[in-house]
Design a protein around this ligand. Sequence first.
Ligand code: GLU
Length: 461
Amino acid sequence: MNIITRFAPSPTGYLHLGNIRVALYSWLFARNNKGKFFLRIEDTDIKRYNKKYVDNIFYLLDWLGLYWDNNVYFQSKNIDLYNYYIDLLLNKGLAYKCYCSYERLINIRKKCILSKIKPKYDGYCRNKNLNYKNIKYVVRFKNLLSDNVKFKDLIFGKLNFKNKELDDFIIKRSNGLPTYNFCVVIDDNEMLITDIIRGSEHINNTPKQINLLKSLNFKKPRYIHLPIILDKYKKKLSKRNYTYNINNYIDNGYLPNTLISYLLKLGIYNNNLEINDINKLKSIFNFNNINKSPCIIDDNKIIILNKYYINNIGYNSLIYYIKPFFLDKNINMNKINNIYKIFFVILERIYFLYQIVDFYILINNNNFKLDLNVLNKFNLKYNIIIKIFIKKFNKLYFWSIQNIKYIINNYVNKNNLKNKYIYSLLRYILIGKRHGIDLFKIIFILNKKEVLLRLNNCCKI
Ligand code: GLU
């Protein structure tokens, strides 16, 4: 059987880590099995719909490299098909029109809560075959009253629900639009989905969907519900919370590989932190390895992974990913001629992409003002020292980190000085900061001309 999976986001907010985990696993399961992966936009909730969310879904899947097959499937373009099946169910007596008022429904709910039973519709219109003109109604599915719905979930195992506890749920709203539980069944059948992979918050929807698909004689797909992801405060992720929003990770200088590898490792038994090779992680991915208990996001692990991938994706890919950060600061990357040197110097120190730009700005800023008080605090005859270094650097033919290091350390040793003072003094003169990045690397990256210029400028104050 050819595997067909789908990612079916509702464009009601920006996607978070939990959402893209569903996309990633669905994509990977299809790819690993030479199957197909489809994208379906579930856009029938017109109140919360926004086009910017749809555009963002495309953008994020592209950023993550989770490309889908065929055209995107929009539920909103399928209303005729849904109506066709709703009419079919009505005609077969498997669904009915319900005219109950809002007040009545609220009352039923209150009564259920008072008698400590799960709120559900009392079936008032169920067998009345009502059909009024010009009065608003909803269409409800006639759920079975006896027996159980059983299904096997690949992660949660065998699940069993009593029909009498399920509701005669609404399949068409009073505004004429079909509901989530209904559309999903029609679409999954239409798209020939074999494996439904989604968050475990949908487990309770599954028996309703199974009853519906049975009544329409559709084939039952396999179900794989992914355990819930919690934030560090053990709260469910929400599209409203920006922290775990994927756009936030992008803005904060994370790489797609970081999120992909973190999500692949998340919740896996024997979570092996040693494996960071994305291709290996993808090839060993398997639902049988997934733990059904909730996963708690570990922000530090994500940061450490990001450092790893920044150092390992290769300079050309890095250039691609840092471009937007330079653009954001109005810096044209094409004009930077020492970007590889910058990578070489800075990568091992950083955790986020934007730090590359910060470093570039730091070393290219020759507009900083040196403070005489700070210079005097070094308690060194800095003017004399600088002049000596000007001479030494001037004579240096091959501008390498080794040679720069040799010149400075040799001077420090011969004059019995403390190297931390000299390092700090030179760093301050060259970039206006006393602490931080390795001095030799700074001198190396600034290049001879700029170093001599900055040292000379300092002599003038
Ligand atoms: N639109 C649903 C969601 O965003 C997906 C439901 C499904 O995969 O069946 O949660």
